[in-house]
Design a protein around this ligand. Sequence first.
Ligand code: FEO
Ligand code: CA
Ligand code: CA
Ligand code: CA
Length: 612
Amino acid sequence: EAEAASAGPTLGFDPVPVDITDRFVVPEGYEAKVIYRWGDAISGHMPAFGPDNTGEDQAHQAGMHHDGMHFFPIEGDDPWEGSSTDGLLVLNHEYIEPRFLHYGSAQGSELQTWATPNHAGPRDADHVLKELNAHGVSVVRMRDDGNGNWAIVPDPRNRRITGLTRMEIAGPARGHAKMATLYSPEGTHTRGTLSNCAHGVTPWNTYMAAEENWSGYFVNLDGELPREHARYGVRTDVGRHNWHLADDGGDGFVRFDASTKADSAAGDYRNEPNMFGWMTEIDPFDPDSTPVKRTTLGRFAHEGVVFAPAEAGQPVVCYSGDDSRFEYIYKFVSEGLYEPGVTRGDILDTGTLYVAKFNDDGTGEWLPLVYGQNGLDEGNGFTDQGDVLINTRTAADIVGATPMDRPEWGTVDFDTRAVYFTLTNNTRRSEDQTDGVNPRAPNAFGQIVRWHEDGDQTATRFNWDLFVVAGPESDSRDMNGNPLDDNNIFSSPDGLWMDADRRLWIQTDISEGVMYQGNHVPFGNNAMLAANPETGEIKRFLTGPVGQEITGVVTTPDHRTIFVNVQHPGATTSPEDFASGNFDSHWPDGGDALPRSATVAIRRLDGGIIGA
Ligand code: FEO
Ligand code: CA
Ligand code: CA
Ligand code: CA
């Protein structure tokens, strides 16, 4: 048994080659089926997807830009057990591409060519409603007919959570003066979750949606911005979609303007950007539940959150990356102790948030972000712990965390307790900014770091190494020091998940701005690979269509179906090709169809375990 463990999981499939064509490719002996596309009705039938879908229609359909995802077996108590043919598929819709969202719309021909964000207002209110409803999270019950044909099952739990859904605020920032808005002067509630990139699954079987690139949705024209806006990149000129320039008859859209307003009839939303940047907990089994923003986990560009396996009588521990250049990796340790069957999300409301310092000698430290300690006090402008969390990035700067090459997803090996994190790339790192864990400048290709806590999962010291340095053959190395080759070269690791056999799934997100160009020519379409954490072996398992990224990964409990998402197919389409309807991708519907983000279910034709 020890020998088997040291050999790690098998990778018993023939690797697929790099591909540049508009198709989804799996290894021989596997099949892939598209099961949930942008615009598919969560009821399973109406409203049907079409060019005249309204903003209200979109609230009952799959959103755009599928991302992090989990399959909750329908029995709903243990993510590793239960049905493998019937469950709640829960997934994020990270952002939108307006040119496709509004394509062919009868609502305004000017939007046919509207692909750039920096346009003037006023905005059409139904377009803005559609945009907000295309963000958020889907909860859809899906069932397999036994032949790999997954279909939506009408169910009262099927639900869309959007940029407009009422949310509760919990933890130290709840009720804080910097969380007060006209909508909730007490600072206890807000509306919407946005930019939901990756996710987390709690030990009590709820879903956590991460808020990543939310800051661009806001403008603050005041000139002098508070640091809780400035340090996060709240815009000082125009918003990404200028939602505040549409009139919904209330304050649902104008709240995206955080400027001080002379006429407060429009509402005081100076603190509205502070409502975002959190981890939002959703109970998919209770359609009447209000999602909760758990502020103890910090405020930044949360890529996701990954929980260590919870043990009875021990604190709950989770890890989260801040995906921006030179940002940080965090760890949370609860104050309360885990009680299986009793513990719920409020255990996350008290505890300690730490930030990582990676030393060049392979050791590391977790630095606590606690009000009153290490300079997090009045001398540096902090008033209390809520303020420290609202300004998490500034607090981490002050304590001396290590600026990383864009931390993305993480995963915890439930056997060895090693923690893995993808560092996707950082083309702005210069030679004089390199260090042990971020060794290349500029870093075009990314790497995967792993660490072991020095003691149990709550330890404040750790030991790290690089599992793989990604890139082409000439600029890469696996954990044995060997370069990658045709079977496994990859760039820009993003999604990362270890399955129940300890197979490490790596998903790539080469951005559409560099895809197929220059030093990214060798990689072709974004892909998913599988790795053996013991031997370091890596094989390319699938490639996606043109212009997309592969993101979101989970298997059914029997390991015989794996779900992945294709996000933003055709995003590379030039304005000229767009105008002529000649999109770079027509996946998945083919012909002249609009490209649509979609969930894909993959199985082996022989019914075997995925990847084995
Ligand atoms: Fe939304 Fe960091 O990828
Ligand atoms: Ca991502
Ligand atoms: Ca990414
Ligand atoms: Ca992307």
